[in-house]
Design a protein around this ligand. Structure first.
Ligand SMILES: Cc1cc2nc3c(=O)[nH]c(=O)nc-3n(C[C@H](O)[C@H](O)[C@H](O)COP(=O)(O)O)c2cc1C
Length: 357
């Protein structure tokens, strides 16, 4: 019954079903990544938030938990980008995902090593640029998705990108069940990618205190976009911390960022000079303002307080609007098999409809 769900994505990534678990900072750990792969999906490990010196240990931890192919997420502005790239190549990681990121030279290096390059984009022009730079597959994240997100919903962005690029496209943003998978395949995508839905599983490392807040959120409009955290649009479940940040003056927010930057620097083993160099690198990329660069360190501290320490009021809870549609935690195994079952059901129901005269 599931043969019809086998798409080109399964061939390229070496997974059984066209269902991807996207990378989520501090959430997509070795266990969640491996659980997704063991369930027949394809998991991306959150390499963008892995501390310097820890990458190899984490890759080995995934390999100890699964013998299936998996992916790693990174971006070029993390202090240990080279450590991630080298680890990916050394350990034969199947695919990388990235957003702001690697140039054509780095992408060539990864592709020459047999790594599938699969960026996530939130706008059609970024999809076109990503393909020009060498992307093999593009994941389209519509605005309803969690984390940094654009303004165009999946129902518009997906066909826009399908029309604009020639590489296979994966649909993300607001996916949570088999209806979404069936719809994405009907649009012409080769599969779906989900963050929030995998965050809300029993294989997720997020503490129960925070998961309960995700589960209790039933109104998609309170899972909303704000620029108050790091200056870039990002979707979170509204809470006291979001309201506090939005109420702060710009100077107060910048002062807070500097304090968090010092803490983040200590955590990452970076001195003042290293941090200044990193800021210059980010700024010279051209798509980030000075205020956004200074505010960037707010994100790690506050998100970790939410999804690692499990404080749903004083930390941040990144998530997509799909959270409002999810009422229980399932294992990755149960989740993937249910989505496949539902998608097959929807697709066969649609194909049995009488053709329009
Ligand atoms: C908690 C959380 C953390 C995220 N962290 C990252 C990240 O580190 N890198 C990245 O490329 N995307 C990140 N994202 C975005 C997801 O990878 C994914 O594109 C998005 O969640 C898809 O939309 P959905 O939540 O509706 O499934 C994050 C999303 C969430 C919810």
């Amino acid at each position: 019954m599931t043969a019809e769900l086998h798409t080109l994505l399964c061939d390229r990534l070496g997974c059984r079903y066209p269902i991807v678990q996207t990378a989520m900072g501090w959430v997509a750990d070795a266990r969640l990544t491996a659980a997704t792969c063991n369930a027949g999906g394809f998991g991306f490990y959150a390499g963008a938030t892995t501390e310097p010196g820890e990458v190899e240990k984490e890759l080995l931890a995934i390999k100890a938990l699964t013998d299936r192919p998996f992916g790693v997420n990174f971006h070029m502005f993390q202090p240990n980008a080279e450590e991630v790239i080298a680890g990916v190549i050394k350990h034969g990681v199947r695919a990388v995902s990235y957003g702001r990121g690697p140039d054509a030279k780095v992408i060539r290096r990864l592709k020459d090593a047999g790594v599938v390059c699969m960026p996530t984009v939130g706008a059609v022009k970024h999809a076109v640029k990503a393909v020009e730079l060498g992307a093999d597959i593009v994941t389209v994240q519509g605005g309803e998705g969690g984390g940094h997100t654009g303004a165009v919903p999946t129902t518009i962005l997906l066909p826009q990108v399908l029309d604009a690029v020639k590489v296979p496209v994966v649909a993300a943003g607001g996916m949570f069940d088999g209806r979404g998978l069936a719809a994405a395949l009907a649009y012409g995508a080769v599969g779906i990618a989900m963050g929030t839905r995998f965050l809300m599983t029993t294989d997720s490392p997020v503490p129960r205190s925070a998961l309960d807040r995700y589960l209790a959120t039933k109104d998609p409009t309170v899972i909303r976009v704000t620029t108050a955290v790091d200056g870039l649009p990002q979707r979170f479940i509204e809470n006291d911390e979001i309201r506090r940040l939005e109420g702060m003056s710009m100077p107060a927010r910048l002062a807070m960022s500097i304090a968090y930057a010092r803490r983040w620097g200590r955590q990452s083993g970076l001195g003042a000079l290293d941090m200044a160099k990193l800021a210059v690198k980010v700024l010279s990329n051209g798509d980030t303002t000075f205020a956004q660069t200074v505010m960037a360190p707010n994100l790690p501290t506050l998100v970790q307080r939410g999804v690692v320490s499990g404080d749903p009021d004083h930390g941040l809870l990144p998530g997509g609007q799909a959270a409002a549609m999810i009422d229980r935690l399932e294992s990755c195994e149960d989740l993937v098999s249910r989505i496949v079952r539902e998608a097959v059901g929807r697709l066969s129901a649609v194909s049995s409809l009488a053709p329009v005269a």
